[in-house]
Write a protein that binds this ligand. Sequence first.
Ligand SMILES: [Zn+2]
Ligand SMILES: [Zn+2]
Length: 372
Amino acid sequence: MAPRRDYYEILGVDRSATQDTIKRAFRRLARRYHPDVNPDDPESEALFKEMAEAYAVLGDPGRRAQYDRYGQARPGPVMAGDIWEELAGFGDLFEAFFGTTRGGRRARPRRGSDLRYDVQITLEEVAAGTQRVITADRLQTCASCGGTGSKSQKGRQPCAGCQGTGQTHYTTATPFGRLSTATICETCRGQGTVVTDPCPECEGQGRRVGQGKMTVTIPPGVEDGVSLRLEGEGEAGETGAPPGDLYVFVHVQPHEIFERRGRDLYCEIPVAFPTAALGGTVPIPALGGADELSIPAGTQSGAVFTVARKGLPDVRTGVPGHQYVRVRVVTPKKLTARQRELLAEFAGEGGDQIEDEKGWIERVREALIGDD
Ligand SMILES: [Zn+2]
Ligand SMILES: [Zn+2]
């Protein structure tokens, strides 16, 4: 026989744990391993018996003190009755599991599954908002029987196997006496009702796989990665249960020109160096079109201009962000003979001198030479 595990270890509590902590630990474990929750699982059943035994001792201050004194030795006969009384108080627990009261513990028909669908949209669509028609295979309410699952429309009838209670009882012998346990009725899967004249289209399920067509409206300003919930557009539930929801995950494709940061758009434009020096109007990209930007004389490479309210709308308020345009001054690579002549003349006029606005050149020179 395997060595007996320590009762405290079984319940996962300290030796100094209060009675209340022990009780809570046991209830938590029982909730997980109770035979009703794990039908036909011998391992859970064995664990459950083990923890019931541990709790029978540690849950009682007198027996616990005795156990503490004599250690691993098994204490005298344990009155099992107390444990099962304790367990009988788990009605609320079973309600949580099976959705019915203790008097008539029946499984509620299950809600339909949620579905996920992914859509890709462009930045232009983010700006204006868009719609998508989604087609997806899903379990839908059977059109022939209207979801009752029954051909004659009389719907579900009380189950003969369990007299409509949804459960059957069996008794097991345990070290502490006979334990009567309820298990889910296999005929009706715990629902207490069955379809006696199944609809041929859905075989009594009340739902069948079909192609669903849903239109999803994607609001302007939506962020990449958000999900939109379409209530009731998931799979149909079991007879009498509500459908699941459809979650549409929106993915915004990267744009070849614009980078998005929240509501704001960023782009870079090349500007010929005479234009940067003299100032002028340059074409700039806009979402879904083109625009113009006036730049002043003496514009430096890297300068950023704000085009107010040309960003994306805020998804809640609709207030647009801004568009930021960064200038990159381009140095010509190929010069004609005449251009070279003109540039040389320009340099001769002092055009090769850099305006040392912030004493930058001076600082670089100091850094190179050292300032001794
Ligand atoms: Zn049907
Ligand atoms: Zn039944």
